[in-house]
Write a protein that binds this ligand. Structure first.
Ligand code: SIN
Length: 488
């Protein structure tokens, strides 16, 4: 069964992918995938639960011995081919992504290249999984440390990056020799299924990569109840992360958690103002503010605040809001009505507490429809007691706070339970180092609003979770180290 999503060139399978087979849910149940810009139903995909998940885990378990025994070069070649196929089909994949997620097509193309870059990077990294020998204190003993794939792993992935958050996990897992079950977000399963189609063409053997679509509770319940699953990697909210930590206690399932963020974005008077403004736009409005690493609080040194706000507001007001499929669009819809309610709640709360809406501050109308569009918004004179100062907004709203000293802004930037990403714009070298060492975040962008890349470790501290994805650190999450003491 395939579904033609608006036009045949973006057709994608709408079945789950288990053991190399395209399958329906056991009871035949499905759920609808809709376009957040138009409410158009794009497809119905299987509403799988525990039994289908169990079969996917069993398939991954059966495929494991052959996959982990294959020479790293062979696994690498398959991952590289998969990356190349993604780039070959970049336009089709980007359109699927925009249709189900809403982000501007220009950003979707960037995401597909970003997603492919993880497969490409880990194709190389597969060949660099080194062991150790340790000098022994006995002449007749040799001490070895062997890296081994942890086994069957699972990924629970979010809707905001429907392709890249899968490949970031899958590439490292498969490079390490693990086999995987992926549960994509209910809002955006089509990108995952499109990846599964390409995995077949790339030569990923049946059972090595499985996609189970459906209800999160039933699927996650099985993933944690099943002792064959040795590791789960999750990207999503801190609230759900906490539940997964509890669920992982049963089988002591290893976890990596990439959870919520509340990024501070610091602009010092000695920064290049235009660069800082462009950085704030890039960080805040990428994916309409729906990224975990988005600037959520913008702190500007008082002496340049007025100039910064004026430039930022002018550029923000010029951003084009629209259907992501329009090439001109820079801000697409929010993912659902709850997201709109939350974002507008932050705007109303800021207004009520004395914030000055400089631009935006309302829902936007596109093609005569209010749908889920929110105008990109700048709120000046933001204060610490506003909701946006302590809750993740996940939308296109930029509150501007002012600060007087470096010590003060460090304290305020760190005054959150979250610790994913922070940004600092300054030209002072000594300050750069002080910031890198003082900001309690897993990622610090210095004069750089988009720090994430396949070769660097991505991940947070505190309530933003633990574990790294990307870089050589990312593959460690899928390995165990066996110590071998060998008496000759
Ligand atoms: C995220 O928002 O979780 C991912 C952002 C990125 O990889 O740049």
């Amino acid at each position: 069964m395939t579904t033609a999503v608006r036009s045949p060139e973006v057709a994608v399978r709408s079945q789950a992918f288990i053991a190399g087979q395209w399958v329906a849910a056991d009871g035949g149940g499905t759920f609808a995938v809709t376009n957040p810009a138009t409410d158009e139903v794009l497809a119905h995909v299987p509403n799988c639960g525990a039994p289908e998940t169990r079969r996917a885990i069993a398939a991954a378990h059966s495929a494991l011995p052959a996959w982990r025994s294959r020479p790293a070069q062979e696994r690498a070649a398959i991952l590289r081919t998969w990356a190349q196929l993604m780039l070959r089909d970049r336009e089709r994949l980007a359109r699927i992504l925009t249709l189900e997620q809403g982000k501007p097509i220009t950003e979707a193309r960037v995401e597909i290249a970003y997603a492919a870059s993880f497969l490409d990077w880990y194709a190389d990294e597969a060949r660099r999984v080194y062991g150790e020998t340790i000098p022994s204190s006995a002449a007749d003993k040799r001490l070895l440390v062997l890296p081994r794939p942890i086994g069957v792993v699972a990924a629970i992935t979010p809707w905001n990056f429907p392709s890249a958050m899968i490949t970031r996990k899958t590439a490292a897992a498969l490079a390490a020799g693990c086999t995987q079950v992926v549960k994509p977000a209910e809002d955006t399963p089509l990108s995952a299924l499109a990846l599964a189609e390409l995995s077949v063409e790339a030569g990923v053997p049946a059972g090595v990569f499985n996609v189970v679509t459906g209800a999160p509770e039933a699927i996650a319940g099985e993933l944690f109840a099943n002792p064959l699953v040795r590791k789960v990697s999750f990207t999503g909210s801190t609230e759900i992360g906490r539940l997964l930590v509890k669920a992982s206690a049963t089988n002591l399932t290893r976890l990596s958690l990439e959870l919520g963020g509340h990024a501070p974005f610091l602009v010092f008077a000695d920064s290049d103002l235009d660069r800082a403004v462009d950085g704030a736009i890039a960080s805040k409005f990428r994916n309409a503010g729906q990224t975990c690493v988005c600037a959520n609080r913008i702190y500007v040194e008082e002496s340049i605040r007025e100039a910064f706000v004026a430039k930022l507001a002018a550029k923000t007001a010029a951003l084009v809001v629209g259907d992501g499929l329009d090439e001109a669009t820079q801000i697409g819809p929010l993912i659902n009505d709850d997201a709109v309610t939350k974002v507008m709640g932050h705007v109303d709360d800021a207004r009520a507490k004395g914030g000055r809406v400089v631009t935006g501050g309302a829902r936007a109308t596109v093609a005569g429809r209010a749908a889920r569009f929110v105008a990109p918004t700048i709120i000046d004179a933001a204060r610490d007691e506003m909701r946006c100062a302590s809750e993740e907004t996940f939308g296109p709203v930029a509150p501007i706070f002012s600060f007087a000293s470096e010590a003060e802004v460090i304290e305020r930037a760190n005054a959150t339970p979250y610790g994913l990403a922070a940004y600092c714009f300054t030209r002072d070298g000594a300050r750069i180092m002080r910031m890198a060492e003082s900001l309690e975040y897993g990622i610090v962008g210095i004069n750089d609003a988009i720090p994430a890349t396949a070769q660097a470790p991505f991940g947070g501290v505190k309530h933003s979770g633990y574990g790294k994805e990307g870089g050589h650190h990312g593959i460690e999450e899928y390995l165990v180290r066996t110590y071998v003491s060998w008496r000759l």
